[in-house]
Design a protein around this ligand. Structure first.
Ligand SMILES: [Zn+2]
Length: 239
């Protein structure tokens, strides 16, 4: 690139590519940190919720255990009564009571077992969740710390590159800077395309001869008909 406007345009492009990459990286870091924070809040909330459910299940288990043992004791009591009676008088009645109590005992045993199972299931779920919480907490703390350091660096570089962008922008006239901003908004950091051997080096579209000649002549306000990038002529290989 011989002339200074072309140089400025390419420098601008390079600076804006950097700005774009830094901005993307910053967004990624912020998203990552936010995602972990959300997961952490979710797991924390879920642990609290499960702790409540587990406490309820435990009290239910204790209650069911008492009801079961009370009924069991009642039956034992009736049996003792029955064997002490000896006479036939009330035997039928007591036997009937025992029969009813036995059936009731069966259903109490089932309730008790249900309470034991659900308390134990909640207990395992809770301890798994606590483990997960610990992991997420650690991951979050590490990531937050790393992100903090990286973000400081990124923001420093971004400030420097933004200043460089402003300085370069001040070198080009208003029409060109307006055009550049418009194209750069569409292709961040990729607003400038090399015109070489009659075609655009960004989209490889062949340029009409008249347009190509105008680009060679140094007109800087011409855009590629294929990709709309600002065309800059190059007679050497790279850049
Ligand atoms: Zn193009």
């Amino acid at each position: 690139m011989k002339d200074s406007v072309s140089k400025t345009l390419f420098s601008l492009s390079a600076v804006d590519r950097d700005i774009q990459a830094l901005t993307t990286r910053r967004t990624d870091l912020e998203n990552q940190r936010r995602d972990l924070f959300n997961e952490l809040s979710y797991v924390k909330g879920r642990v609290v919720e499960l702790e409540g459910l587990h406490r309820e299940a435990e009290s239910r288990r204790v209650l069911e255990e008492h009801r079961y043992h009370d009924e069991e004791q009642k039956i034992t009591e009736r049996r003792r009564q029955l064997s002490a009676m000896g006479v036939m008088k009330n035997v039928k009645l007591v036997e009937r009571e025992i029969d009813i109590a036995s059936r009731s005992l069966e259903s109490l045993q089932k309730s008790f077992q249900d309470a034991v199972d659900s308390a134990s299931a909640l207990g395992s779920e809770l301890s798994e969740l606590r483990e997960r919480l610990e992991k997420v907490q650690m991951q979050f703390e590490n990531t937050a710390q790393e992100a903090e350091t990286s973000l400081t660096e990124i923001n420093k570089s971004l400030a420097a590159q933004t200043a460089e962008h402003e300085a370069l922008m001040a070198k080009v006239d208003e029409r060109l800077s307006n055009l550049y901003n418009k194209v750069n908004a569409r292709y961040p950091g990729e607003a400038v395309a090399l015109a070489k051997s009659g075609s655009c080096r960004s989209c490889y579209r062949a340029l009409p001869a008249q347009l190509y000649n105008q680009v060679i002549a140094g007109n800087r306000l011409l855009q590629c008909p294929g990709c709309s990038r600002i065309l800059v002529y190059s007679d050497n290989g790279d850049e």
